[in-house]
Design a protein around this ligand. Structure first.
Ligand code: PXP
Length: 243
């Protein structure tokens, strides 16, 4: 049985809204419904190109949610200032390329060590918990510890794609994720997981007892077309609890 939290990422409610330039569907409404239906937190990624979540969404979420907001952000001066101004409960620093469809891999903590350390200090001093979105790799985890973050979020995208298609390499990838989650937990980091998670992939991931939180977006919003947001969130939470 896992008692990991479920963070619901509402970015793609904003994707649908922005496709027509209307004010609906409202990401805030989705977040408040998610809160009501058992989400433990809300995640939103304010991308540099504002392709989904907008600046106003962030302040609306902060001003109206009772559950924590996890702001995903690139390590840029603009995003740092927005995070410092809005003081979200947590900031998850992610790599960002304008041309990518989604966040393709973890952040490189070797290349970006100095900027990540400086942003982490500023954000933590401002009252936000800080997380780095990384690949399941020991050098990256060691660097997270040196940088001084509270949390790491392991990028599960590759594993989720493999398991979804019943690829025989899925188990190998899951073993790496398990080993690295345990390692990070042992050195005192809180361990989260996210990217590409579905009803199928959450089960084996939730059996890894070192995960304290799962952040799930695209699948939950997509599945809500068929099941509705309430039943999708309830089902995801019950799979986590029963795993
Ligand atoms: N966690 C992080 C750090 C992410 O960047 C994303 C995608 O924005 C997610 C979780 C959610 O991924 P998905 O939308 O594939 O569930």
């Amino acid at each position: 049985m896992s008692n990991a939290r479920l963070g619901v990422n509402i970015d793609h409610v904003a994707t649908v809204r922005n496709a027509r330039g209307e004010s609906y569907p409202s990401p805030l409404r989705a977040a408040l419904e998610a809160e009501k239906f058992g989400a433990d937190g809300i995640t939103a990624h304010l991308r540099e190109d504002r392709r989904h979540i907008q600046d106003q969404d962030i302040s609306d979420l902060i001003n109206n949610l009772k559950i924590p907001l996890n702001l995903e952000m690139a390590a840029t001066e603009e995003m740092l200032q927005i995070a410092l101004k809005n003081k979200p409960n947590a900031c998850c620093i992610v790599p960002e390329k304008r041309e990518e469809v989604t966040t393709e891999g973890g952040i490189n903590t070797i290349k970006n060590f100095d900027i990540l350390k400086s942003y982490t200090n500023l954000l933590k001093r401002n009252g936000s918990r800080v997380s780095l979105f990384i690949n399941a790799d020991q050098t990256q985890i060691d660097n997270c510890k040196k940088i001084g973050v509270d949390i790491i979020e392991i990028h599960t995208g590759k594993y989720c794609q493999l398991i979804e298609t019943d690829n025989s390499e899925a188990q190998e990838e899951l073993d790496i994720i398990t080993t690295m989650a345990e390692y990070a937990d042992t050195i005192g980091l809180e361990v989260h997981a996210g990217h590409g998670i579905t009803f199928k992939s959450i089960k084996p991931l939730a059996q890894i007892k070192f995960f304290r939180e799962f952040n799930i977006g695209h699948f939950i919003i997509g599945e809500s077309i068929f099941l509705g947001l309430q039943d999708t969130i309830k089902k995801m939470k019950s799979i986590i609890l029963e795993s």
